[in-house]
Each structure stands twice: as C-alpha cells, then as structure tokens.
Ligand binder design. Sequence first.
Ligand code: FE
Ligand code: CA
Length: 508
Amino acid sequence: MATTDAPEPTDPATSPPTTPATTAIFDRDPFTLGVASGDPDATSVVLWTRLAPDPLAGGGVPADSVEVTWEISGTSGFDTVDAGGSVTAEAALGHSVHVVATLEPGRWYYRFRVGDFVSPVGITRTAPSAGTAVPQVRFASASCQNYEDGHYIAHRDIAEQQPDFLVWLGDYIYEGAAGEIGVDGNVRTHGTPEPTTLSAYRDRYALYRSDPDLQASHAACPWFVIWDDHEVENNHAGLVPQDVADQPTFAARRRDAYQAWWEHRPVRLDPPAADAATEFRIYRSADWGDLVHLALLDTRQYRSDQSCGAPELSLDPPCPETFEPDRTLLGAEQEQWLFDTLDAHTATQRWRAIGQQVVMSDLTLGGAVLNYDQWDGYPAQRSRVVDHLAERQIPDVVVLTGDIHLAGTGTIRAGERGVGAPVAVEFVATSVSSGGRVDPVVADLVNSFPDIFDVELEHRGYILHTVTPDEWRAEYRMIETVKERESPVFVHSTYAVDRGTNTVRFAS
Ligand code: FE
Ligand code: CA
C-alpha cells in the first residue's frame, strides 16, 4: 500500500555505519528469528530481520556492527537476483535490519546473507498504486497471541492461505511473567520475569519470534502492524501505567518497550527518540489501488486514563468523569489526522478500513460500561468519530478490531443505538492464542445487544477478508483448540457488507 501522510523515514540502508562492519564472525546461524516484510507501497516494501545467534539471551552478536546483504528474486530458488544491497546491523538497535527495498510492481522473494549463513526465504509484494483498478484483495486481520496460552495454528493457516497482506491489530507479545506450565491450561512458558528494560523486552520478542508458525506467517506476506497495550504493559494509558506504584519508572520503561517493538517489526518508521517523553508516531495510512484505503490508529499512546478506576464488568452507572467532553482515545492531532485522511480518500478508494485496537461498537448494558478500556469508556470520543462519518457521509467504512479475544461483528451507528444512521461495520478478530476474556455462557446476552450481529466467544482464530468493489467478505477462521500442537481449522461464519449499506449480513 502506498504509505501516505506518515513522516518519511530515513533509509537505514544508506545510513553510514558507526564502526566498520564485519561479516564472517558467526559460528552458528544468526537468522534464528526468521524474516519479515511490511508497509508495502507501490514502489517499495520494508524487509526485516534481526541477527540473533543466541536469541533468548540478548542476541549474542559478537560485534557492534555487522554488514548484512539482502537479495530479491522473482523465483524461490533465486535463479537470478533482481535487486539487492547491503545494510549495517547496529548493536544499539538490537542488530535489527530494516531495508526499504525499491521494487518493480508485483510479488517477490527475498532473503538475507551474512558470511556463509543464508536466512529463510520470505515472500512479499508491492501494493497496486492508488489509481489502479483492483478487482479483489485478500488479507488477514489478527491480534493477541499470548505465547503461554496456545499454539499459533492460526499463523500456520495464514501461511497456507497466502493472503496479499496481514493487518496486525496489537498484542504481539504479552509482558506477563512466566506462568507455571499446567496452571490455567498454559501450553508453554514465557520462562522469564515481566520485562521492564530494553534487553528484557528484546528477549521476550525473540521468544515469540522463535515460533515456527509465526515465522511462516511473516514469511508468507507483508504485514501492516500497530500495537495495543501488552507490547508495553496491560491497560496502560499514555504515560499512565496500570499500577500507580510504577509511575516513576514508567516513561523509561515505555520508551524501551517502544524501541524493542521497532526493532522487531517490519515498519517504515524511524526508531523512537531517546527522550522518553517524545511522541513515537505509528499511526499512518496506506492504499491498495482504488479498492481499500487503510488508516492504522494508535488508541494507546494518546488516550486519557480509563475513568472510574476502570472496574471490570461493573453494572454500576458510570462515574461523571466518563462523559467529560475532552476525554480522548486518539489525542487531538491523531483525531484530526483521521478525519482528514478519511475525507481525502472518500472518492479515491471504494472502501475505507480503520485498523485499530479496542471495540468501537456500543456494548453498554443498561447504561453500564462493562469495559472501560474500550470506546464505551470514551463516549465523547466515539461521538466525535461517528458524527464525522455521518455528517461528511463518508461511505463504506469497515472497522478492524482486536484486543478483546472474542469474535464478533456488528453495525456502528451515529446517534441512538439500534435506530441511528449506520456509519460503519465492525469486524472483531478473535485472538490467535490469548485466552477468552468473556465467559462463553454470556454469549446469548452479548448477542442480544442492539446492533451486534453475532459474537463467538469460545474459539481462537483470525479473519480472512476478501474485498471486491461491490462486497466485503469476512471469513472467521477458527481453531478447534490451540492447546494442542495440531488441531483442525474451521470456518465459523462468513459475513458480508454490500457496498453502500454500512450494514453487515450473514453470507455463509
Ligand atoms: Fe490481547
Ligand atoms: Ca489488549
């Protein structure tokens, strides 16, 4: 997708190394974390790897800087190398590599080399340019992969499905301390305490990236990624940690977590600034020909703290703070940016997708806010967004959501629930592996909420979207059980949005 409106990063491939780089220093494979690509536009894509011969103990690279070669080919056997170059992996950035590779339009194979070692091969592609008529795109949306909770069968299925791209909606790592195997049905362990430093976050990412199914999913297609809370700490809000006792050290911790995120993600962004208080902007947009405009939001970095002390599943009326008009999930700048990018792409793309973290649909129960972390806890913010969609008559908006570990779909309206004008359809991915947070026995209750078309609370999985000019189809692919290494994948349901309706229907 043509990444627009985002700050242009400097190209690490052309940055001068700080010390002379070396290559022939490894006695074992430095490509243990696999490869990835991301943020494709019409002429380029970001290629990623990180050198880590000792992945779970700091990486283990015995030099400050290492020269890495990258290669592009039209064939998986690299019969001809059609593009390539070299880039320096620096210790200060975890020996991660982010190459902005300029490519002819299409689908490409890529790999990296250091000395005699060759990385696994990844598949990537450029995006159709914004003016190109695109008959169809297939892409996955997914979130929430607690390593301890289950196996990444969803990622194995994504690799087999070979979508054009994947949108990752957050909770790529979980920051929890090691649980005990066998307790709460964990299938494996984080093995380490809760990370609070750069080196500890690096090791946590490396643990996740060591999973072969996750590596296969990354190697299968480019990803567009955003974060949610667990990339730093559960339910944090801006610079406010979940636990007030952690406040004195939280800014430095968040900065380290942001850097580890950058080091492990195939993003077209510069690394975060050294100053812990400086914004690290990740919200951005992309285009897939004339078919889809994708706005990727950050509802974590700029938000007001959760109101009322954020009680869970409370049936009490919300405290007055909840309704304060200046409460925000997006921050004023991002909110204006979202309005601008939606306005500017109303006529240029058939569909507008908003990739974001927490449930936007109204799930209040008799006025009670069941989850203060999602848009229900920020009613003024939600009104500003849905009112903008309604007033500007921005058509064919689809909201892609993660976070809540349940599968669901429904209609978002401006004004009163059930009767207001429909302005968007929301598709909530379940989780790749993270345990369900809502007891399956309440499925009937949630299904009875106005505007909620369907929810499924029991299974883990992801959504495979197939979008054409006239119809958006969302296939909810689910795993029998993520507690076993091998388990069947099944289609729970497929839902569809007909262009011009802003309403979801059952398709199959
Ligand atoms: Fe999660
Ligand atoms: Ca979350």
